[in-house]
Structure formats: C-alpha cells, structure tokens
Design a protein around this ligand. Structure first.
Ligand SMILES: [Mn+2]
Length: 358
C-alpha cells in the first residue's frame, strides 16, 4: 500500500508539497496538468516539470488524477479517434516519467455533484453535502451554485467555460443512453488498454458520483454489477478501478466492503479513495470525518477488505472537512486530510500486526 495525497500544483493549491511531505505516512502525491485542454496530448516537458517538483520535495508521483476524457469520446462522434490517439500518446508520455496509474471517469457532463459546498457540522467544521431536494432546481441554477461556492478555486472536472454551455452539452448527449455510453467506453478501452500493457500503466476508472442518474443522464459505473461488466468487457489488469468508498456508499444498497474485497481479489483496484460519508436520510449525505464513529461506513472493515485481499495499490484520503479555521478548495484542505491519512495508516499498521504477531 502506498499512501498519497492529491496535489493541484504550485499555482492552484494552497497546500504545498512541503506541507504534504510532513504528513506521517505519505509517500507520494497524486497530480495532474491543469493547463492542457481536455483531449490534447500532455507534452513531455510539462510532465517532466510536474513530476520533477514532487521528486525534489521527496515525494513520488506515480498516480495521475485525472486525464479527463473528451466529450467526443463519451458521445462517440467520428472525431473521437483523434482524441483517443492523443490519449494513447499521453499514456506513453506519462509512462516515461514513472507514472503507473491513470485515474479517469466516464460520467457525462458532471465529474461529480454536491449540492452544498459549505455544509456546517455540529462541531463547526465545514464539509460537502448532497441533498436531493437541491437538484430539483433548474440545471443552470445548480451549476451556478456549485461554481459560486468553490471559494474562488477551480474545481476538478468543473471547467467553468465548459459548463457555461451546459444546455448545449446536454443536447449533445441527447442520444446517449446507458447502452450507448457502455459501447463508447469499451471502444475507448479497447484502444488504450493495449498501450497501457505495453508501457506498464494501469487505467483506473472512478465510479459515478453519485452512483445513480441525475438530470436524466446515463450512468454506467454505479455498483458491483457495473464493475463486473467493466472488468469482463476488456479482460486485462490494465483495465482497472479507482475504488472510491464515498461514491460507492452514496447508494445505501451498495455493500462497499464486499465490493472492495471482490475487486481487490480480482486485482483490479489500483487506486483507492478512502473516505467516510454520513447518510442523513434516503440518499442524502454529507462527507464526515474519517473515523467510523462519525459516518455510515465502518472504516476498519473498509481497510480490512483491502488488506486481507492483498491490496498493493495506492490510497488517498479523498476529501476532508475544513477545520481549525482553514479555507481553500472545498474537500482539499490540509488538516483534515492529514488526520485521515494518520487514521488510515494506523488501521493499516494494526491490520498488519494482527496478521504477524510480534
Ligand atoms: Mn473519489
């Protein structure tokens, strides 16, 4: 297991590499280039500079989150082949600098959805929440609220210029249903997985967040059946999963620990986002502090499912709350994520020692 934290780069992140280097247990950062338009090739010199910064700070950068997928690939237009060829080249370029895992998602329009970016918990900390009543509004209203509440930071997957045309984007997805989206994902994977195998990189799809349809959009990575379908559709270890415990748990019908255990055994989980959520009612929830007592997930069992099935991939604590007066990009402060790292590392040590008594 290699513990990591996400880092948005020197210009986009208030949290520095030096900060992250001092969090006990963290060996690497998960990074990305944010100034290359979606669909274009990531240039070697920019990758070299990015990875080099991490190395100079004493950190690895073996996971990229994310190389986003161009809408033409998800929609399946004739132009997709050019974007897929670019993606293949990006994989080759990343491999040259030691990247092992590429996280991505295949969600139309929105990479993720929360309705409250500054939800106040009883202890005064701030977190992100999702309440269904708040998406029963107009599309523009929901989009504006998310963008307006980002505390001035760019949100991953929420490019304002793309979402300014949200109605047009929806219109482009009009004929894409679940089956069509699945077909387009397989078309993409059949093209990129052989390149991954050749250069030693693994693709790792992030499940849909939330794991059910919103605004009538298709959703294809929601539960155990979908993940099983994905693994069988292109049967290669290079066709893998970023298992996000929070996203999967947003549907109370999903058994997160069972899913973790099965796909770890099948060697398809290359990257795990480990966070807790608290279900408020039905499918409404907020992102809680990591320890089991604050959320709906038993985090001991979550880590045990990974540990006991031979997990040897990368982990990060996904999101954290804002505590101790910290402000910044919602979900990505330093303090609460550092507490999450420490807690998860502690659980892992205990699991290791239970297996090998002193
Ligand atoms: Mn996640």
């Amino acid at each position: 297991m290699q513990m990591t934290m996400r880092w948005f780069g020197p210009d986009e992140d208030k949290v520095t590499l030096e900060n992250i280097r001092q969090v006990p247990g963290v060996e690497g950062v998960v990074g990305a280039l944010y100034d290359v338009p979606v669909g274009e090739v990531w240039p070697l010199d920019k990758i070299e500079a990015l990875v080099g910064q991490a190395h100079r700070a004493g950190l690895k950068m073996e996971v990229i989150e994310s190389v986003n997928i161009h809408d033409d690939i998800k929609i399946g237009t004739p132009e997709r082949d050019r974007y897929i060829a670019n993606y293949q080249q990006t994989i080759r370029n990343l491999a040259k600098f030691g990247v092992k895992v590429i996280c991505y998602n295949f969600m139309p329009v929105f990479d993720w959805m929360k309705t409250d970016m500054n939800y106040v918990l009883p202890d005064g900390s701030l977190t992100m929440a999702f309440e269904k009543k708040d998406i029963d509004k107009s599309l523009e209203e929901v989009v504006r609220e998310v963008l307006d509440n980002a505390n001035g930071f760019a949100l991953p997957g929420w490019e304002p210029e793309r979402l300014a045309k949200v109605q047009e984007l929806f219109a482009r997805y009009q004929d894409v249903d679940d089956d069509k989206l699945r077909e387009n994902l397989v078309y993409f994977l059949k093209a990129v997985v052989p390149v991954c195998e050749e250069v030693g990189v693994k693709m790792a799809i992030h499940p849909d967040d939330p794991p059910y349809s919103i605004f009538g959009l298709p959703r294809i990575i929601k539960n155990r059946e979908d993940l099983d379908w994905l693994c069988n559709a292109v049967d290669s270890e290079a066709n893998g999963i970023t298992l996000c415990t929070g996203s999967i748990a947003e549907d109370p019908d999903n058994d997160v620990c069972e899913i973790l255990a099965e796909f770890t055994r099948r060697k398809r989980i290359h990257f795990a986002h480990v966070r807790n959520i608290k279900i408020i009612k039905d499918k409404d929830f907020y992102e809680s502090a990591h320890p089991s007592q604050y959320g709906s997930l038993d985090m001991y069992r979550v880590m045990q499912a990974l540990h006991d099935n031979g997990f040897d991939g990368y982990i990060r604590p996904d999101h954290g709350r804002f505590i101790w007066g910290e402000t910044g990009r919602p979900g990505y402060g330093l303090y609460d994520r550092a507490l999450g790292v420490t807690y998860l590392t502690g659980l892992w040590e205990a699991l290791n020692k239970q297996k090998q008594p002193a």
